[in-house]
Ligand binder design. Structure first.
Ligand code: AMP
Ligand code: TRP
Length: 328
């Protein structure tokens, strides 16, 4: 049996280029080499209390986008976290072998709790134990490889700590998971400062119309040195160039690099080429998404089949965990 891959993605609605380059592209590649399991983590989404109807719609939107990006229910398992209640059951058990102090050190918790406070919102305990639920997701399937962006590496270290603590109390049960980072492990948003994310509003949506993407790119920051068209620039200081590196064919990159350094091309030209490169990736995804819109049952079928297989594996693991911990 091939080694097992597991990853989770939040149902935040429309996925963006950072999600695609940092994670989904590897999900697609991994499905042929591994036993790949991918989960839309709606229980995690509750930590920020989305509107119920919106959450339900977002789960479907993310499922559709993942299928459109090339996840194939025949070659991988795609399911929704809340369809497999063993995730929350194991999360509780793991909470009891997780150190409080460790959770307080999680960068994502610090970020998200600051965001909540700045909006005058309270910080939910769910936000605090979020990484334990994430560990449960992975451990239930005894996955050894977890393709993620850089922001998730700390959560995986915690998952390994949890495995070791569980083992020292109850004996060998799980597999220690390792992160698998793609070369595009941290794509910056159009502000050129923060990582691309929907909550910052600095994203390029995967299903966005090409004209919208062009409009968003137009005001995006480039190398500060290029104030006028004839000023030469330094590609390594430009976020637009850093995006080119992940979407533009390798043969074209030197043309852009030299063009920037010699002011042979302007920033707008450079953004035009970037928009074309993005369109080459996005067009087939948009077309497949439209085909799924015409046949929405494909989403239900994929998720149902995925939940069935996930439940089988998760059910066997949780049974063992209940026995080892004295719950049964
Ligand atoms: P999320 O939408 O936060 O659940 O993220 C889904 C996956 O995309 C995770 O593996 C993230 O690490 C990855 N990801 C999200 N934003 C970025 C980004 N700006 N650059 C690279 N990877 C990202
Ligand atoms: N926390 C991850 C994120 O914000 C999503 C996630 C939930 C996940 N469970 C997971 C990622 C398990 C990898 C493995 O992107």
């Amino acid at each position: 049996m091939a080694a097992r891959v597991f990853s989770g993605i939040q149902p935040t609605g429309s996925l963006h280029l950072g999600n695609y380059l940092g994670a989904i592209k590897s999900y697609v590649e991994l499905q042929d080499r591994y036993d790949a399991i991918y989960c839309i983590v709606d229980d995690h989404a509750l930590t920020i209390r989305p509107d119920p109807a919106e959450l339900r719609a977002n789960v479907r939107e993310v499922a559709k986008t993942l299928l459109a990006c090339g996840l194939d229910p025949k070659r991988c398992t795609l399911f929704v976290q809340s369809h497999v209640p063993q995730h929350t059951e194991l999360a509780w058990i793991l909470t009891c072998v997780t150190a409080y102090g460790e959770l307080g050190r999680m960068t994502q918790f610090k970020d998200k709790s600051e965001q909540a406070e700045s909006k005058g919102d309270f910080i939910s305990a769910g936000l605090f134990v979020y990484p334990v639920l994430q560990a449960a997701d992975i451990l239930l399937y005894r996955a050894s490889i977890v393709p993620v962006g850089e922001d998730q590496v700390q959560h995986l270290e915690l998952a390994r700590d949890i495995v070791r603590r569980f083992h020292s109390v109850y004996g060998e049960t799980f597999v220690e998971p390792q992160p698998l980072l793609s070369p595009a492990k941290r794509i910056l948003g159009l502000d050129g400062v923060h990582k691309m994310s929907k909550s910052r509003g600095n994203e390029i949506g995967l299903l966005e119309a090409p004209e919208t993407i062009r409009k968003k790119l137009a005001p995006a920051k480039t190398d500060e040195a290029r104030k006028r068209r004839q000023d030469p620039g330094e590609p390594t200081k430009c976020n637009i160039y850093s995006l080119h590196r992940f979407v533009t064919p390798a043969a074209t990159l030197p043309v852009i690099e030299v063009g920037c350094r010699t002011a042979g091309i302007g920033c707008l030209d450079c953004k035009g080429i970037l928009a074309e490169s993005i369109e080459t990736i996005a067009k087939p995804i948009r077309e497949r998404a439209a085909a799924i819109d015409a046949n929405p049952k494909a989403i239900d079928d994929a998720l149902e089949q995925g939940a069935r297989r996930a439940t089988e594996i998760a059910g066997a693991t949780i049974q063992q965990v209940r026995e080892r911990t004295g719950l049964r």
